[in-house]
Design a binder for this molecule. Structure first.
Ligand code: ATP
Ligand code: MG
Length: 569
């Protein structure tokens, strides 16, 4: 491709709202263009090339694993979402609209319902199973805070796959195969990543894993073990039970006047006890379907922090939101003095597992300026769940090693679904005995457009992008420093044509611009290698540049074609 004819509107200025390297360089490098500024992007020729490269790697590995590509309608009848019960649950991220006949539709944010609908119409017998169908297609989510460019768009490209099986064991086999396949995809794309245990939502269980691209700018906190391969999203991370060295308080069971003592710190000081022996009670409003909501008290040890996703799953809510003091007092609660013990009637209480049977505990008295000492958290009286956030320094649940936090970008997610969708949507098959059973499903996603951002987050320097081999828009950049120099231009043309014939994808910078400007564009666009034909040609030499580290090698001009072939092929 000749640069002189290619639409690559590179710019020097950092766009206003861009803070992440990937966002800045993808815009400045002319890969993408913002549309109206809120999570919508056009892909320009360079961006489209990268997107296709990434997409091809994904497709290549999935096809090799026996998956079949389909393409589903992006506009989805709302009735399918009603059948699965998600029409209500999904919330405002789901873009809903009507056609001229008042039929309701949604723009697919994910396609479980659509794929189940496809399969229930065309698969009847166990003989047609298993099946793994996928598409690489647009998704729309009306994200509350679209940001960071391609990282969190509203319209984005996703690979979404769904597998259908006669039983759980076969689904698990496919799940493992998808884990291996995803590892191959991310490895080919040159990414440093970690497979971690993920939140499985209200469905629960351990059948959900995320593929995290390691990057400081990642939005997800992941917990990893220093000693073994344990890794989990903070939303799903667990730890070995934590003991406390400090002795348990031996205070009698009584109500104590504690004026204005509303924080764990103050309470710990006041009673001179380790926060491990205090009960922290957090009130949140849980939101359910059909606009229903309730205040829930989450009780945990004073030394722990609440993990909101775990808490949300514990009550099977769609979301948890903060409550203000007014709402609290309406429910008969006093901020700073709340307690699971003696909570007002009708207020739901969830207690952390670590408090099961704990004694000698200090709690609020559910009365202003009072706490109670010498409490036992009775196992029979409460619902217990794991609702704590694992902290750095906690012990690995697998090996006892030390856990620490790191940041990751969620690039993929695989999920054991079971019959969550096949049952309500009636996606059944006839088994060997002619008995109808719901299919057992798995679901597997990759954020294809988000991967472009993830690659750059991991591979850039202060000057621009450094694309990895399999993601680069071109294999090689051939630059003629001064196109007015006939010898330079002639060699450039010769190298360009010869390498093109050999199947190397070359971006030939034949523009009339100054050398400095072209070099800046090269660094910004970040093709892995370049051949620079400049002044040294008079002495019979050209330069071979590696974008990573901007390493330069001088190569005799007559050997450059063979040299590039040797390096790239
Ligand atoms: P997140 O937690 O980042 O919002 P998610 O868990 O809601 O993502 P999934 O439903 O698991 O996302 O979707 C599959 C994949 O699609 C994700 O792993 C991610 O890579 C990608 N993805 C999700 N939301 C977006 C978005 N708004 N923009 C770009 N890619 C996205
Ligand atoms: Mg996910």
């Amino acid at each position: 491709m000749r640069f002189s004819t290619l639409l690559v509107p590179t710019t020097k200025e950092t766009p206003n709202d861009a803070t992440l390297a990937s966002h800045i360089f993808l815009l400045r490098g002319g890969f993408i263009q913002s549309v109206g500024g809120s999570g919508l992007y056009n892909f320009l020729p360079l961006g489209k090339r990268v997107l296709d490269k990434v997409r091809n790697v994904v497709k290549d590995e999935l096809d090799a694993a026996g998956c079949q590509e389909v393409s589903l309608s992006f506009v989805t009848p709302a009735s399918l979402w009603e059948e699965s019960g998600r029409y209500e649950k999904y919330g405002k991220e789901l873009l809903r609209f009507k056609d001229r006949k008042e039929n309701e539709f949604v723009l697919g944010p994910t396609h479980e319902e659509m794929m189940v609908n496809l399969v229930r119409q065309s698969v009847k017998s166990y003989k047609q199973l298993p099946l793994n169908l996928y598409q690489i297609n647009l998704k729309f989510r009306d994200e509350i805070r679209p940001r960071f460019g391609l990282m969190r768009g509203r319209e984005f490209l996703m690979k979404d796959g769904y597998s259908f099986h006669t039983d759980e064991a076969d689904m698990k086999r496919e799940f493992d195969l998808m884990e291996e396949t995803y590892k191959k995809i991310f490895t080919r794309l040159g990414l440093e990543f970690r497979v971690v245990e993920a939140d499985s939502g209200a469905i629960g269980g351990s059948g959900s894993k995320e593929f995290m691209v390691l990057a400081d700018s990642g939005e997800d906190t992941i917990v990893i073990c220093d000693a073994c391969d344990y890794g989990a999203n903070i939303e799903a991370a667990t730890r070995k039970e934590k003991a406390c060295d400090a002795p348990a308080p031996t205070l009698p069971s009584e109500k104590v006047h504690t004026p204005d003592i509303t924080t764990m710190e103050a309470l710990s000081e006041y009673f001179n006890v380790n926060p491990y022996y205090l009960v922290k009670t957090v009130a949140m409003r849980a939101l359910y379907d059909e606009g229903k909501s309730e205040i829930v008290l989450f009780a945990l040890r004073g030394s722990d922090e609440l993990q909101e996703v775990k808490a949300c799953n514990a009550v099977d809510a769609n979301d948890l939101v903060e409550v203000n003091e007014e709402e609290l007092s309406e429910a008969g609660l006093v901020a700073g003095f709340m307690s699971p013990i003696g909570a007002p009637k009708g207020v739901r209480v969830v207690v952390d597992n670590t408090l099961k049977g704990a004694s000698g505990m200090i709690c609020g008295a559910n009365e202003k300026d009072y706490h109670t000492t010498g409490n036992t958290i009775d196992e029979e009286s409460f619902d217990f769940y794991d609702i704590v956030a694992v902290q750095e320094g906690d012990m690995c649940p697998k090996c006892g090693g030390t856990l620490r936090y790191t940041k990751g970008i969620e690039a993929g997610h695989i999920f054991q679904l079971g019959t969550r969708y096949s049952e309500p949507l009636g996606c059944t098959f006839l088994d060997e005995n002619g008995k109808a059973k719901p299919m057992v499903m798995g679901t597997y996603g990759i954020g294809v457009s988000r991967l472009l951002a993830a690659i750059i987050e991991q591979h850039h320097d202060e000057k621009g992008c450094i694309w990895t081999k399999e993601s680069a828009p071109f294999d090689l950049y051939v630059m003629v420093s001064n196109v007015k120099d006939e010898a330079q231009l002639a060699l450039g043309e010769k190298v360009y044509e010869a390498l093109k014939r050999k199947g190397i994808d070359v971006l030939f910078d034949d523009r009339k611009d100054r050398f400095g400007a072209k070099m800046k564009d090269y660094e910004l666009i970040g093709v892995p290698h370049a051949v620079i034909i400049g002044k040294k040609l008079a002495e019979g030499m050209v330069e071979f540049v590696t974008r990573e580290g901007m390493e330069k090698e001088e190569v005799p001009a007559e050997e450059i074609i063979a040299f590039v072939e040797e390096k790239l092929c």
